[in-house]
Write a protein that binds this ligand. Structure first.
Ligand code: SAM
Length: 280
């Protein structure tokens, strides 16, 4: 397998540092450096950007990002066993890689990053959706990031880009498409990973829009969409009963039939409803 830098092949790194994959940490490693460079290229032009990477593991994608010219990479990794392997990459890349050992759900990376910032990660599946929702729902917009290039289980990737009327359409589609352009840019079979997971994966690229497509309060939109799709087969007047005492009137005022189901309502409708619910 050809390499993109002069560091040892990833299989050797795994052996040298004894990095046997742990299921509890969602570890399915990418060991093909041509593939990690290809994923890094999906993140756009990295030369003027700081890149935030969550879960670098043995460093395959990290090396891809650095080889593709990222100005700096800040990598947050929870597994202390990976840190010496990552230090070896940092030494080879002349101060362009900073490593933080910690839990990405707890660490605030912003103090260590200079805009423009892009995020790229082969995410641990157990925290991927939570991080994505956090990145999509800050109160203010635009966010700290210009783009997110993220690996998900294929089924989750399909939920992010889903359109109204489809089974995959729900909270993730609405939150992602409200404030970003989202597309699937790469599909990967289980065999691309070591060890192979049970399901296929896909890389989603999201570009932050300068402003949301329709005005709405992030917290309210997030809350009503969660409630609407929690009981997706119910009519909205029932599914949203707990969100406002006069929910039928507010649905009607937003141009939505109270007997419709969440799956049928486009993004614009949910934003109109969020604005109605925000009214006193
Ligand atoms: N980026 C590497 C690659 O592509 O080969 C590893 C990807 S593996 C799917 C996920 C990585 O995230 C693992 O290295 C795991 O230790 C790390 N991880 C798991 N939970 C984490 C958390 N809460 N915060 C930071 N890293 C985490």
């Amino acid at each position: 397998m050809s390499s993109i830098d002069t560091l040892p092949p990833l299989r050797q790194v795994i052996n040298d540092y004894d990095l046997q994959a742990r299921k509890s940490l969602g570890q399915n490693f990418l060991l093909d450096l041509n593939l990690t460079a290809k994923i890094a290229r999906q993140a756009g032009d990295l030369r003027q950007c700081d890149v935030l990477e969550i879960g670098p593991g043995p460093g395959g994608l990290t090396r891809g990002l650095l080889a593709e010219g990222a100005r700096r990479v800040l990598a947050i990794e929870k597994d202390s066993r990976c840190i010496p392997a990552l230090n070896q990459i940092a030494a080879a890349y002349d101060g362009r890689l900073q490593i933080i050992e910690g839990d990405a759900l707890e660490v605030d990376p912003l103090a260590h990053l200079t805009p423009p910032i892009r995020v790229a990660a082969n995410l641990p599946y157990n925290i991927g959706t939570e991080l994505l929702v956090r990145w999509l729902t800050p109160q203010d917009w635009p966010p700290f990031w210009q783009s997110l290039t993220l690996m998900f289980q294929r089924e989750v990737a399909e939920r992010i880009v889903a359109q109204p009327g489809s089974k995959a359409y729900g909270r993730l589609a609405i939150l992602a498409q409200w404030r970003a352009d989202a597309k699937i840019v790469l599909n990967l079979p289980p065999e691309a990973f070591t060890p192979p997971p049970k399901v296929s994966s896909a890389v989603v690229h999201l570009t932050a829009l300068p402003a949301p497509r329709f005005p709405a309060d992030a917290a309210i939109l997030s809350r009503i969409v969660a409630a609407a799709f929690n009981q997706r087969r119910k009519m909205l007047r029932a599914a949203l009963k707990g969100t406002a005492p006069d929910i039928e009137d507010r649905l009607t005022a937003a141009g939505i039939k109270p007997t419709d189901r969440a799956e049928q309502i486009p993004l614009e409708g949910f934003c109109a409803l969020a604005r109605e619910i925000a009214k006193p």
